[in-house]
Design a protein around this ligand. Structure first.
Ligand code: GTP
Ligand code: MG
Length: 387
């Protein structure tokens, strides 16, 4: 685990935990708070890049540069958890980012939501079991507080697989839709695409995270309004420093027409999303995970099993399914091959039997002919030949 790292000194932001109610505030300042964000969606949408970008732009002063988190951009093949700590005015936030393998054409994508939703449920399950233990002080809490769902910037709206996946996720976690690779759409197309996604979300009754807007502070209320109106957040991911036309060095993607900047609000909503996650709505995400999603899980599980009883595990992992499918295919082919072999063998046996039968018949005919010959000789010699 990388060492505790602090946010940059300049314009120190206030992390959401500072807004927690007093009682919680005390507990949190002593022990720190767990905050877990998950990214998921189709393969190649820039999830891992986003995670790297978030780390590079959020943790400005890592004590040890060499330990700065940076993951390889190979296709992610299993759920990967990266942990770090951010610290703000005595508050420790134990931040975990969960990167998941993207689904797409290379797997049987029909059940690709299973490992992800199972992971989310497993964290609830593990927490619930720890709560049922006599000693509950050192609980390990990896419940997912926010799940960022990356939507491919096709311009057309949600795919059926997105709808299925988002529906399942929205019922168990704070789901935040994200439009990937905002730099591939023009601002006009991006706005139209956002509208289409909002309509699809409404039409399919997908539950997405609704952040509270009203606050005692008018400025905060306005900021919350801005954040909400930007949903689904568009993002650009990049850990590269590039030079803008006006001479600034920024994180972004350089094109012949100019630079798409990660932290420029005219280019994408990365800043708004980061602000929501680790500043303005962290405490609400934690709170709603506890009071809505964990509670839903706990109640539905309590309704179907006795206190302390283990969970009924259904093996529905698509990887297992694929393996099962491959084995079934192999088995069927093997059986077919064996059947063919038996059929050929049977045909050979039948023709061999026919050949032998014919042979036998011929020999019978020969014997008969010889017998007749013998009979004729017997009569010719006046019956003196012995049969
Ligand atoms: N244009 C553009 N390309 C991006 C952006 N983010 C990532 N990419 C590129 O998209 C490709 C895939 O990025 P990844 O971060 O590996 O995608 P992923 O979603 O983690 O993919 P899986 O691990 O297979 O699920 C890489 O070549 C990235 O450089 C972006 O914001 N804009
Ligand atoms: Mg990846």
């Amino acid at each position: 685990m990388p060492p505790a790292v602090a946010l940059s000194n300049s314009s120190r932001p206030t992390i959401g935990v500072a807004h927690l109610p007093n009682q919680r505030h005390k507990i949190v300042s002593n022990k720190g708070v767990n905050f877990t964000v998950m990214v998921c969606g189709e393969s190649g949408n820039g999830k891992t890049t986003f995670v790297n970008t978030l780390f590079t732009t959020t943790l400005k002063d890592p004590r040890d540069q060499s330990k700065r988190h940076e993951k390889q951009l190979d296709r992610t093949v299993e759920i990967e958890i990266t942990k770090t700590e951010i610290e703000e005015k005595m508050f420790r936030v134990k931040l975990s980012i969960i990167d998941t393998p993207g689904f797409g054409d290379y797997v049987n994508s029909h059940n690709s939501w299973v490992p992800i939703s199972e992971f989310i449920d497993d964290q609830h399950e593990s927490y619930m079991r720890q709560e049922q233990q006599p000693s509950r002080s050192n609980k390990i809490d990896m419940r997912v507080h926010a799940c960022l769902y990356f939507i491919r910037p096709t311009g057309h709206g949600l795919k059926p697989l997105d709808v299925e996946m988002m529906k399942r996720l929205g019922s168990r976690v704070n789901l935040i839709p994200v439009i990937a690779k905002a730099d591939t759409l023009t601002p006009k197309d991006l706005e139209a695409f956002k509208e289409r996604i909002r309509n699809d979300i409404d039409q399919h009754h997908i539950k997405v995270y609704q952040c509270p807007i009203e606050s005692e502070d008018e400025e905060v209320t306005q900021s919350n309004r801005d954040i909400t109106s930007a949903m689904p957040f568009s993002v650009i991911g990049s850990t590269q420093d590039v030079q803008t036309a006006d001479g600034r060095t920024v994180k972004g993607r350089a094109y012949s027409w100019g630079v798409a900047e990660v932290e420029n609000e005219q280019h994408c909503d990365f800043k708004k999303l980061r602000h929501l996650l680790i500043r303005s709505h962290m405490s609400d995400l934690i709170e709603t995970t506890e009071t809505v999603h964990y509670e839903n899980y706990r109640l539905s599980e309590m309704a179907t099993r006795k206190f302390g009883e283990g969970k009924f595990v259904k093996v529905e992992n698509p990887k297992h399914r694929e393996k099962e499918e491959a084995l079934r295919k192999e088995f069927t082919e093997q059986v077919k091959k064996e059947e063919n072999r038996f059929r050929q063998w049977e045909t050979q046996l039948v023709s061999e039997r026919d050949r032998l039968n014919k042979d036998l018949e011929a020999r019978h005919a020969q014997i008969k002919a010889l017998e007749s010959e013998l009979e004729a000789l017997y009569h010719k010699n006046g019956g003196s030949v012995r049969r």
